[in-house]
Ligand binder design. Structure first.
Ligand code: GLN
Ligand code: ZN
Length: 772
């Protein structure tokens, strides 16, 4: 085929679409089913209706080939486990009794059995359920869900392509089942898994699929030669099948690097590659391996992970280059559109002028269709769209929101010294000891106290106008009063105000910083039926006025004990927002850091001696490729130090991290130069304390002794035992006593009991230490 005929055949497609519906109908139906308010048939009908709406929307926008099988009641990796029969022993009875209830038992656990573990899907904020495999795992094919969803789409008269998690990625995402040796490598099961995939793709072909897509994003991570060999063999075997549809192997989220030649040489009919961001490096890599002669290439040129309007001309240029490299080039988003909200049209609170800069799933679909048209028919065929796009991009680039000269001048003037405390740690520690007068093994909490129904009601009342600002303020102060008096009574040493005014630790600050946009309906699936509305870092960031100071100082006015000020750190602010694509992440982080620095300094000026800057997301935004990590950690740690570097030596800076294992970033944690760090540790029996010690971590640390993810109340003995384990790694002079994380998801009764036990444990150990 010539480049011209390759262009003429260009088609538009996507790999997946938001599942929830415009009004989160799926969430309501699934949660209703759990509560017994919705029956199974109604749930199935709601789901089928949502799929139909999505496909119609895609087809009406001009998408030629719609995805099927990407829909899920909970998670597509869990669906894959069901598809290949990888049901853990403990869930078998439930699955056999009722497939749907068994499915939800795997996802959420029951009274009697624990769910599958949940973890992040690559570097997105989506979480999947981790397959549990072992040497005894027997796979069996169950193509029912895939086949029926394909059949539904075909019945609508659409061209459809089933999308499956590929076998290599499935195994690479798995972990050894409980009871299986930790050294067990699930990838060794590939020869057992491939026949099951063979059966499933044959079923799909029999049901009418011309193409089947196998997603292999795990190949964009650093892979050993042995793992790449397994991928080579897997696709050689699948390619050699006789009864099969055409196979399309997809990758996304980063560049393929060494895995690119593996896929390019595989005996499959097509590849779908990401050409956005760092993955654009694959363009040259693809040319270097001689392209994909005679094959279909789906080019992911519209970023599936951000919410910015595409630069259509740049994308067309990329597509033009690719034309010479493959037999046929189609257009898509870089990955499933699962990671962006549905439709900007619903955002009526965002000024129309700014809304033009944004593209959610529906708008991205239109961009993809336009690009396919442009590729097939030349720029003349999309002249109007190109002109509108140029105007949108110019509007964004030229806006005062995007570029605030004062913010830019300040960021440009930052020096190394700004990002450094002026005294070395030893001097600071002495000054803080004298200033704070804390006992050995000081006790504290991570910040939030239970978010009660009354607090949520207060917020709803304020929004609905049932109470005014003063009335709301009154209720928050009352709550702060109770939280302070409880902590005093319980005998905690460093108190907190409890964060009652915060709906969410990122959103609260986003709403108070200039340059951030909030959405009303911009829901994105985080896991299962949990959806979040990430705010948008739209422009240059500044802080018009203090954001938290009045709450902290009010709390401090009620007690003689130190009250810890509580802020969300710059890296976490970026990680849980949609970020700018028009400047390096490090530049955005620096702006946020400077805004937080003002808040930190104001807290100090108003008498706050302990300030915590939370960075729970530091580990989770670590780049997928090791080669990219040092640069990330450099700007991330600098941003943290910039936000905290302006305080006096006797002001104690705390940080907090959770939701991850930190063993591989202890160096970076050290580089934050925080005086005290609290970390999640209860479930791992203080593992992180040993990791800090092994690194020679020199400052104070509070490995958590209370697992706040469970309503269970840890006994004082249990907390004391954890403290003794902590003391084996960290000397008493540097050990803090605290829970794993904030208490906002907990109820008061267990919070009270657990914190009383925590304080009792600290007292027991103090006595033991003074006796020895
Ligand atoms: N200060 C926050 C809280 O206690 C920290 C939350 C978090 O680490 N995710 O809620
Ligand atoms: Zn936490």
């Amino acid at each position: 085929m010539t480049a011209q005929s390759a262009a003429a055949a260009a088609r538009a497609t996507v790999y997946g679409y938001p599942r929830q519906g415009q009004h989160r109908e799926l969430k309501k139906a699934v949660e209703g089913y759990w509560k017994g308010r919705v029956d199974a048939d109604t749930l199935r009908m709601t789901a089928a209706g949502l799929r139909r709406t999505n496909w119609r929307q895609l087809a009406e926008a001009g998408v030629h080939e719609v995805p099927t099988g990407d829909f899920s009641y909970y998670d597509h990796v869990l669906d894959t486990s069901v598809m290949v029969g990888a049901i853990p022993e403990r869930h078998r009875a439930a699955v056999e009794a009722d497939a749907l209830d068994g499915y939800f038992a795997m996802a959420r656990g029951t009274q009697d059995v624990a769910p599958l573990e949940m973890t992040k899907w690559f570097d997105t904020n989506y979480h999947y359920l981790v397959p549990e495999l072992g040497p005894d795992t027997v796979f069996t094919a169950d193509s029912a869900k895939q086949v029926s969803e394909l059949t539904e789409a075909l019945a609508l008269g659409l061209t459809a392509r089933p999308v499956l998690v590929g076998p290599v990625t499935y195994l690479l995402l798995a972990k050894p089942a409980p009871g299986v040796a930790a050294g067990f490598d699930p990838l060794t099961l590939i020869d057992r898994l491939l026949p099951v995939y063979a059966e499933i793709v044959a079923d799909l072909r029999a049901a009418g699929a011309e193409w089947v897509q196998l997603d292999e994003p795990a190949l964009v991570q650093d892979r050993t030669p042995a793992e790449l060999n397994t991928a080579t063999r897997a696709y050689r075997d699948l390619g050699a099948l006789t009864d099969r549809p055409k196979l399309l192997v997809a990758s996304y989220f980063d560049r393929l690097g060494d895995a690119l030649p593996v896929l390019a040489k595989a005996p499959v009919e097509g590849l779908a590659l990401d050409f956005t961001g760092a993955a654009a490096a694959d363009l040259d890599a693809l040319a270097a391996v001689g392209g994909l002669p005679g094959k279909r290439l789906i080019a992911g040129v519209v970023d599936g992970r951000n919410i910015w309007v595409n630069d259509l001309e740049t994308s067309l240029a990329t597509l033009g280059t690719l034309l010479g490299l493959a037999g046929r080039v189609d257009v898509a988003a870089s990955c499933s559109l699962l990671h962006v909200p549905l439709d900007t049209a619903a955002e009526r609170d965002i000024e129309p002028q700014i809304r033009r800069w944004l593209a959610f799933a529906r708008q991205k679909t239109t961009e993809i269709v336009t690009l396919a048209k442009g590729l097939a028919g030349g720029t003349g065929a999309i002249a109007a769209e190109l002109a509108a796009n140029r105007a949108d991009l110019a509007s964004r680039a030229g806006s005062a929101i995007t570029r605030d000269p004062a913010v830019r001048a300040r960021a440009a003037a930052v020096t190394d010294a700004d990002a450094r405390r002026c005294q070395p740690y030893a001097e600071r520690a002495a000054a803080q000891r004298a200033h704070l007068g804390l006992p050995l093994l000081p006790t504290t909490t991570i910040g939030s106290f239970p978010q009660t129904t009354e607090l949520r009601t207060a917020r709803a009342d304020l929004r609905a106008g049932r109470i005014d600002g003063a009335g709301y303020e009154e209720r928050i102060r009352a709550e702060i009063g109770e939280v302070i008096s409880f902590q005093e009574k319980t005998g905690l040493d460093v108190l907190v105000h409890g964060e009652p005014e915060r709906n969410d630790m990122v959103q609260y600050f986003a709403e108070r910083l200039t340059g951030y946009l909030a959405t009303r309906h911009g829901w994105v699936q985080s896991y299962g039926t949990r959806y979040v509305r990430p705010p948008i870092l739209a422009g240059d960031i500044s802080r018009p006025e203090p954001m938290t100071v009045r709450w902290t100082t009010y709390a401090q006015s009620l007690t003689a004990k130190p009250v810890k000020g509580m802020l969300t750190g710059p890296v976490t602010m970026l990680a849980w927002s949609f970020v700018r694509d028009d400047q390096p992440l490090g530049d955005t982080a620096r702006q946020v850091a400077l805004a937080l620095r003002d808040e930190v300094n104001d807290l100090e000026a108003e008498g706050t001696s302990v300030i915590q800057v939370d960075e729970p997301a530091l580990r989770e935004t670590l780049p997928l490729r090791a080669a990219d990590r040092p640069a990330y950690l450099a700007w991330a740690t600098e941003a943290f130090r910039l936000s905290t570097g302006g305080v006096r030596p006797d002001t104690q800076i705390h940080t907090h991290m959770c939701y991850a294992e930190f063993g591989d970033i202890v160096r970076a944690i050290d580089d934050l130069d925080a005086d005290v760090i609290s970390l999640e540790a209860a479930r791992s029996h203080m593992q992180v304390a040993r990791e800090l010690a092994a690194h020679g971590y020199p400052r104070e640390a509070g490995p958590g002794v209370y697992d706040i993810h469970s309503p269970r109340v840890p006994g004082a003995d249990e907390a004391a035992a954890l403290l003794r384990a902590g003391l084996e790694a960290i000397p008493a002079e540097r050990l803090w006593v605290n829970p794993d994380c904030g208490l906002k998801t907990r109820a008061w009764p267990e919070t009270r009991a657990s914190l009383e036990n925590l304080v009792a444990a600290a007292r027991t150990i103090r006595t033991e230490l003074s006796a020895s």
